[in-house]
Write a protein that binds this ligand. Structure first.
Ligand code: FMN
Length: 191
């Protein structure tokens, strides 16, 4: 999708932001399929790539799956403030979401999503060594094919508070910010 047209209407841009996410979920080749997730603890900031799994335009949320034993979950427990950064080279669009993350684990929601997952994806959540642990050799890490909901499977929901949208163009960059005051209200800002 090339969303680079009609960037003069701030409310239309808002709708297009969610269209980008829709595409990211549908098309694994879309630039919006993954995003960079930033978390932090008391001392440092960290980022890494995760797969966008779903979004809710009414609730203003996006979600991804992760291992409950991972460092990012530990960081979210310390500090729920996170940022999600999308960039499409084709569309020349960057979208930065900021919000609060919450963790679902071993509940109905996890069960529901787990049951829709591919067996290969489930396997990652049955690993003998916790993600991020130091090991003597990569071959020591083993996974197991199991259908039962893993206790290590977590869903992270990001409750979005603000959106920073940037379109790069040789005829002038365009930037808009949307702040959540019950619903999102957009304002043009200098790029
Ligand atoms: C293309 C790509 C997609 C990824 N998707 C996920 C994902 O959806 N969830 C996840 O936990 N890690 C995912 N990872 C791995 C993370 O980037 C990261 O290496 C790992 O989760 C450990 O991060 P942490 O130590 O900061 O918790 C992905 C990596 C790449 C390169």
């Amino acid at each position: 999708m090339n969303t680079s047209k009609n960037h003069d209407n701030i409310d239309e841009i808002y709708k297009k932001i969610w269209d980008c996410l829709k595409l990211g979920i549908k098309e694994s080749k879309s630039d919006y399929h993954t995003f960079s997730l930033a978390t932090s603890d008391e001392k440092l900031s960290y980022n890494r790539t995760v797969v966008l799994r779903d979004y809710d335009i009414e609730k203003h949320t996006i979600i991804f799956h992760t291992n409950n034993l991972s460092n990012k979950v530990k960081q979210i427990r310390t500090n729920t403030n996170v940022s999600a950064l999308f960039y499409s080279k084709d569309d020349k669009i960057q979208i930065r979401f900021t919000g609060h993350a919450s963790i679902n684990n071993q509940d109905e929601y996890c069960d529901e999503r787990w049951n829709k997952m591919h067996p290969q994806s489930k396997q990652c959540y049955y690993q003998n060594i916790k993600p991020g642990a130091y090991i003597d050799h990569p071959e020591l890490v083993k996974t197991e094919k199991t259908d039962l909901l893993s206790k290590d499977f977590s869903i992270i929901t990001i409750n979005i508070n603000s959106i920073d949208w940037l379109f790069l163009s040789s005829s002038g960059h365009i930037r808009a910010e949307y702040l959540r005051i019950n619903k999102f209200v957009g304002k043009w800002i200098a790029p």
